[in-house]
Write a protein that binds this ligand. Structure first.
Ligand code: ADP
Ligand code: ASP
Ligand code: MG
Length: 387
């Protein structure tokens, strides 16, 4: 029997009535004759609340203990969903990441899936059960519980789809797919019916949290088509696959960055140090005697990492954001980059730095102006496309 992997995000199971509606959808899918594996996220904002709780105890909590804490969120939702499905007369069983055979490296808080051994899931599917898997978690070869980085339930879904031989994964959230900008920020954003893996990966890395970038990378490697849909509004979807993408530019913002400035000769050592601290380096540039790194401040323990960097003579500036334009062959469309820069100037948003890659242009700006910048750039590029 064909197997389908469905992932439901936190907003889809934010309360019991929503969780019951998800259970109904799952039961209907099972009744259509498919084997169903459901990957579930923690309810609503649970992960944020658990993180805040940890930070009340310690500003730099140990990553291992954070993982022990954060994985409880998905255990709550997986067991409740299993109960709601069984209540409807459909046989179901819930598994943690480790029970599902999701093996990771031992990098706590943003571990990488190395291998999936889905035998227990396959046995339960063969018994006719719906299998519910706690997203966002796995187990390292040292038998430690790990988490996969924020938004990591998407990655669980893709890794399981690949391991179970499915050719697609359905990712359900509170939007009916991917838009030309975050529809919460830009009301006129347009729905994108198709995207290539590369376009979606660039968007995710630039800050569009609608799909997790590692999940897209895994999907690309295993050729799993991602169908991004809304849980509660049937209809449109975005398919992320190999063959065809969007022609329209997408505009993405993120507000969680810091710049680190060092002398040019210290760049190599600073990059190594950032790696040891587990900081995600978004950009690094060298110009004459000066060098600059851009890092994400959302890593746990950022406050102490900042102090460690300053102790090495780095100058660190927080409150940095970025606005990115993602489009096919953007590197060959200087007029679009000029239009983005012009839109920022007209909105009086100072550009602190800029970077061009084949599919993406990124401008660094003040974090507090990111939403304004996304709106201004989206509007300017939209008007260009109309001409
Ligand atoms: P889930 O909890 O289901 O994983 P997320 O909150 O991670 O859902 O992702 C869905 C959210 O992503 C939407 O509510 C939307 O605000 C945001 N988002 C950001 N950029 C985009 C985009 N380009 N297209 C669609 N949604 C986007
Ligand atoms: N609950 C986790 C998070 O909030 C994983 C996920 O939702 O995908 O990041
Ligand atoms: Mg998500």
């Amino acid at each position: 029997m064909a197997v389908v992997v469905q992932k439901y995000g936190g907003s889809s199971v934010a309360d019991v009535p929503k969780l019951e509606r998800v259970a109904e959808k799952v039961v209907a899918t099972r009744a259509s004759g498919l084997d169903v594996v459901v990957v579930i996220s923690a309810m609503g904002k649970t992960t944020d609340q658990l993180l805040a709780l940890a930070h009340e105890v310690d500003a730099s909590p140990p990553r291992r203990e954070l993982d022990m804490l954060l994985t409880t969120g998905e255990r709550v939702s997986m067991s409740l969903l299993s109960m709601a499905i069984q209540k409807r007369g459909c046989d179901a069983i819930s598994f943690t990441g480790s029970q599902s055979g999701i093996m990771t490296n031992d990098r706590h808080f943003d571990a990488r899936i190395i291998e999936v051994r889905p035998w227990r899931i396959e046995d339960e599917l063969a018994r006719g059960r719906v299998v519910i898997v706690a997203g966002y978690q796995g187990m390292s070869y040292r038998r430690e519980i790990t988490t996969l980085g924020r938004g990591g339930s998407d990655t669980t879904a893709i890794a399981l789809a690949a391991a179970l031989g499915a050719d697609r994964a359905e990712i359900y959230s509170d939007v009916d797919g991917v838009y030309s900008a975050d529809p919460r920020v830009v009301r006129e954003a347009t729905h994108l019916a198709e995207l290539t893996y590369e376009q979606m990966q660039e968007m995710a890395e630039a800050g569009a949290k609608v799909l997790n970038s590692t999940a897209v990378e895994f999907a690309k490697r295993a050729r799993i088509a991602i169908h991004a849909r809304s849980t509660f509004d049937a209809g449109r979807e975005t398919v992320v696959h190999e063959s065809a993408g969007a022609e329209a530019p997408a505009v993405v913002g993120r507000a969680d960055l810091a710049t680190i400035r060092v002398a040019a000769e210290a760049l190599g050592a600073t990059l190594s140090h950032a790696g040891e601290l587990g900081l995600g380096v978004r950009e690094s540039a060298l110009e004459g005697a000066h060098a600059c790194l851009v890092v994400a401040t959302s890593a746990p323990g950022w406050a102490s990492h900042r102090r460690a960097l300053e102790a090495r003579g780095c100058s660190v500036e927080e409150g940095i954001g970025a606005v990115s334009v993602v489009a096919p062959e953007l590197g060959a469309k200087p007029a679009w980059m000029a239009a983005a820069m012009d839109a920022l100037a007209r909105a009086e948003i100072p550009l602190l730095g800029a970077h061009t890659a084949p599919l993406r242009w990124t401008g660094r700006i003040e974090a507090r102006r990111v939403d304004d910048a996304v709106r201004a750039v989206h509007d300017a590029l939209g008007r260009m496309a109309e001409r």
